[in-house]
Design a protein around this ligand. Structure first.
Ligand code: ADP
Ligand code: MG
Length: 365
């Protein structure tokens, strides 16, 4: 109870005042609700091709409603602007790139595009924003339209190799890229979207909240004094395989093979492509990354999903993320020591502990 009315950290002389505020509120309510934590406001709306959910531990009020409505408006506009295939800013930039090597770009787009190319390079091209032509060939951009059949090997080979992320020059007012480039930020844009939404809630004084978009999220503060308990979707079933206990602005992002998927000839196809082969990544069901930076967590989850059994610890170190959970195709759980601090699994479930190499001294944050 007390923490809802007191500063998060005690400041000299504040304790007695806090106590008084609690007492006054309790008296004012005639005791009703004083043993109850602040109620949870829970709203959902479609944006960015997925379902967004906002949970805020705060009493209902017109100001809160206005803030949540503002977040909704911002995320719907964000999804329109950053959808690679629509009539928003990124779609227009891509269409213009088909006709010219350098195209005008609204300056507000530069930071996320720059960050995308930096993280793409740091991941060794496994997170690859220039994957657009392959995504279109596989028609993953058109889901939920029927996705089968898979494209021919020749059609895939004709699009490879993809240009290196370093070939894209992001200037302040224009962008230059090799011919045939199509930038798809589907692997990172949700990270930026939830970052913006969380910042908006915090700016409105809503410090205990979860912003979630299609299972990816940022957990601000706490829920009624306890960590937020976040279920991790089981890649092969309707339930959860465990929980993450998160506080203090940590982000959790998952890339899984269970989204936009189809089966053909006994093989499972899904929407995360290995930029080196042009085919959906095999050998892994899901990767979850926890990090204070949602943009990094989103890009890293995609990169580590692509990285494969042998390489993923090194790629995590290259990107500078420490908390990783990976579910292999055989259903084996692998977790880093940093992830184990957040992870709660059913009794008897013991993940394989994977130590990461020392992080690269890079500026990925
Ligand atoms: P989700 O969108 O389910 O959260 P991801 O963050 O991994 O999963 O993003 C997958 C999307 O990113 C795909 O739908 C596609 O648009 C794009 N994509 C596919 N493969 C890659 C890749 N290797 N690197 C970057 N983006 C990719
Ligand atoms: Mg991602």
């Amino acid at each position: 109870m007390r923490r809802f009315f007191c500063p998060p950290r005690p400041v000299p002389g504040s304790a007695s005042r806090c106590l008084r505020i609690v007492l006054l509120v309790c008296l004012g309510l005639l005791g009703a609700g004083c043993s109850e934590p602040a109620p949870l406001q829970d709203v959902r709306f479609p944006a960015m091709g997925t379902l967004v959910r906002l949970r805020v531990a705060a009493p209902a009020s017109p100001a809160l409603d206005a803030t949540l409505a503002g977040v909704e408006t911002e995320l719907v506009a964000f999804g329109h602007d950053w959808w690679a295939w629509g009539d928003g800013a990124l779609g227009e930039l891509n269409r213009n790139l088909a006709g010219a090597p350098c195209v005008p770009m609204p300056p507000a787009m530069a930071p996320l595009l720059r960050r995308s190319m930096t993280l793409a390079t740091a991941s060794g091209g496994r997170f690859q924003p220039l994957v657009g032509p392959l995504v279109r060939l596989w028609q993953f951009h058109a889901a939920p339209r029927p996705l089968a059949p898979a494209p021919s090997a020749a059609a895939i080979a004709a699009l490879l190799p993809l240009p290196a992320p370093t070939t894209v020059a992001v200037r302040d007012t224009h962008l230059c890229a090799p011919p045939g480039s199509w930038i798809d930020l589907g692997g990172i844009a949700k990270g930026e979207a939830v970052r913006r939404a969380a910042a908006r809630l915090q700016a409105a004084g809503l410090g205990d909240a979860v912003v979630e978009a299609g299972g990816d999220l940022v957990a601000l503060g706490r829920r009624h004094g306890q960590p937020w308990r976040i279920g991790i979707a089981d890649p092969r079933g309707p339930g959860v395989l465990g929980e993450l206990h998160l506080t203090g602005g940590l982000a959790a992002f998952t890339s899984g093979d269970y989204e936009r998927t189809f089966t053909e000839g006994g093989r499972r196809y899904h929407h995360i492509l290995d930029p080196a082969t042009g085919y959906p990544v095999a050998g892994v069901r899901g990767v979850t990354v926890v990090d204070p930076d949602p943009v990094l967590a989103d890009a890293a989850a995609t990169a580590l999903f692509v990285a494969g059994d042998a390489d993923w610890p090194a790629v995590a170190a290259m990107l500078g993320v420490r908390a990783v959970l990976r579910v292999t195709a055989a259903g084996r759980l692998e977790a880093t020591p940093a992830m184990l601090a957040y992870l709660r699994l059913p009794a008897g479930e013991e993940p394989v502990r994977v130590e990461l190499p020392a992080p690269a001294a890079s500026a990925n944050r």
